[in-house]
Design a protein around this ligand. Structure first.
Ligand code: ATP
Ligand code: MG
Length: 566
């Protein structure tokens, strides 16, 4: 049995060190962070790492963390995503209080700042098409070329930009660009686009705008408006930092946020990209954003992962400056640890085989006291009805037991957990020779599961009383991708979807107390794994998801030295 691990203490990391130093040296009085999702999909476990970091720092250092939706692209954003994101952050255990913001609330301010740059001769309206702009931009080895419109007079730029806003031009006709340096070795500084024309309805601003700021123009200024002290983001934005700093230096912003980049979370057998996740949903590979196989927070919640397990995982993987891939088994290991400590033990039989106790009175029912969690004596016991006819697991019996099979076999005695010792006397088969029933006898002196003479059967089985059993469907889950690094070898990600990622078992039986288990509450089916009721459950038609098996494959990987983390 594993030693119950405690919730890991927050480790220090380079970002926390910077925050601590800034507070100590008086560079800031209060730390203000933010989590800035774009509402164009559901949050995934990678986002959870960022949420735990941003909200965690605010909590640990007595500051605050804002939730800001970076809603600058009306083509892909939806209210459904906004609602889901808020729900998922709360579920993870974090709260932004009154500090809910939207980049779209800053559209007017951002527009004024764009005008400021135009007036200063630092932004211009360009008539080149998107393709031409790309071509003029050059490459990593060749400098860019200036657009023929780069030296437009300020008045003409002002006039055209106002008319872009007024809706005089069709989509794509013109853009506003920052005038920085077409020869910069950093391509982000080669006159990046600040505004584009999009005659599209925005979920929040409706049709008030037909020009929209690019993410790069909105992001840093939004941080400045909110007085964010530490703008924490993933490494792919490192090369954008000089551009963000350029805007901040050239605009009359109320504060100067500093950006720090950390390595994004990558997991084996998993895709963490909203674009790909959206395709999985749209193309029906999964049943929705909250399909239990999805790495989304709503998916793993439905699967039965507790938020504490995700938070522990975020702490354990830490915050680094170089990218790496973490084994998904490590996430499972961390979640299993939490469940092992907390989950109530219950009986469920996935592949039932009937046992009839020929020496047990018909119609008699005993209420057996069964511990709720042997790891936690404080969890108490429950009553489980026991009677003459029982279900046990089909693979707990072998007519001709192989070596090392210690469970039930003809003539052999085993223990039924917290009930009696039973011995198999007879095997009943149907016409096709399939075993349909075992006829057994019990030893009344072993009530509760112990023999007065101290004899100990080699196996203890779980069981459910047939007369009291509740039928259930059970859905077993495996990794969604067979490939440990989906998409990395250039193969289409969709070719490596695991055809066995979901296996549906019907005709299972669970103990009666499980009929009232709330959706999403995870229990251990003894000897089988962790399971929780799915939201597809209905009275009389229970559906359980397998959260995890009991087998800790990460521990095995660790023993073989095949792991990234100590
Ligand atoms: P995706 O790549 O899935 O589309 P994104 O970066 O476009 O994600 P955003 O909504 O912009 O999604 O992300 C919000 C925040 O979450 C950003 O600060 C981003 O850096 C962070 N984030 C996104 N993916 C990860 C990840 N895998 N690990 C850690 N942080 C992440
Ligand atoms: Mg992004």
């Amino acid at each position: 049995m594993t030693t119950p691990a405690q919730t890991p203490p927050a480790r220090s990391d380079f970002i926390r060190d910077i925050v601590a130093a800034d507070l100590r040296d008086g560079r800031i009085r209060e730390v203000v962070t933010r989590f800035p999702p774009e509402p164009n999909g559901y949050l995934h476990i990678g986002h959870a790492k960022s949420i735990c970091l941003n909200f965690g720092i605010a909590r640990e250092f007595g500051g605050r963390c804002h939730l800001r939706f970076d809603d600058t692209n009306p083509m892909k954003e939806e209210q459904e995503y906004i609602d889901a994101i808020e729900r998922d952050i709360r579920w993870l255990g974090f709260d932004w209080g009154d500090h809910l913001y939207f980049a779209s609330d800053y559209f007017e301010q951002l527009f004024e700042w764009a005008i400021h740059l135009v007036k200063a001769g630092k932004a211009y309206v360009d008539d080149l098409s998107a393709d031409e702009i790309r071509e003029y931009r050059g490459t990593l080895t060749e400098p860019g070329r200036p657009s023929p419109w780069r030296d437009r007079p300020v008045d003409e730029n002002l006039d055209l930009f106002e008319r872009m806003r007024a809706g005089e031009f069709p989509d794509g006709a013109r853009v506003l660009r920052a005038k920085i340096d077409m020869a910069s070795p950093n391509i982000n500084l080669r006159d990046p686009v600040m505004y584009r024309i999009l005659h599209a309805e925005h979920p929040r601003t409706g049709d008030a705008w037909c020009i929209y700021p690019m993410y790069d123009f909105a992001h840093g200024q939004s941080d400045a408006i909110e007085h964010i002290t530490h703008s924490i983001c993933t490494l792919e934005f490192e090369a954008h930092r000089p551009l963000y700093d350029w805007f901040i230096q050239n605009l009359p912003v109320p504060a100067e946020p500093h950006q720090y980049e950390f390595a994004r979370l990558n997991l084996t057998h998993t895709v963490l990209s909203k674009r790909v996740l959206l395709r999985l949903v749209d193309e029906g590979v999964v049943r929705g954003w909250d399909d239990p196989r999805m790495p989304t927070l709503s998916g793993i919640r439905r699967r039965g992962f507790p938020p504490e397990g995700i938070r522990d995982f975020a702490t354990l993987v830490g915050v680094a400056k170089t990218d790496s891939v973490v084994e998904v088994e490590y996430l499972e290991h961390t979640v299993r640890d939490v469940l092992n400590r907390r989950a109530l033990r219950r009986f469920g039989v996935l592949d039932p085989l009937k046992v009839v106790l020929t020496d047990y009175p018909e119609g008699q029912v005993e209420e057996m006291d069964v511990p709720n969690n042997p790891e936690d004596p404080g969890a108490g016991t429950r009553k489980v009805p026991f009677s003459r006819e029982l279900w046990i697991e089909r693979d707990d019996f072998m007519e001709e037991p192989v070596r090392k099979f210690f469970r039930l076999a003809p003539g052999r005695e085993v223990r039924l957990r917290s009930a009696y010792f039973i011995t198999c006397d007879e095997v009943v088969k149907d016409e096709e020779g399939r075993i349909v029933e075992l006829r057994c006898t019990h030893d009344p002196a072993t009530r509760g599961g112990d023999a007065p003479d101290g004899r100990r059967p080699k196996a203890t089985l779980h069981w459910v009383s047939a007369a009291h059993a509740v039928p259930a469907e059970v859905r077993l889950y495996e990794h969604l991708f067979t490939d440990p690094y989906p998409g990395v070898d250039g193969r289409d990600i969709f070719e490596t979807v695991n055809p066995a990622s979901e296996q549906v078992l019907t005709g299972c039986f669970v103990e009666p107390s499980l009929a009232s288990l709330p959706v999403g509450e995870t229990v251990q089916f003894e000897r089988l794994g962790y399971f929780c009721p799915d939201r597809d459950s209905a009275p009389g038609a229970l559906v359980f998801n397998r959260t995890l098996t009991l087998k800790d494959t990460w521990a095995k990987l660790r023993k073989q030295g095949k792991h990234d983390l100590a």
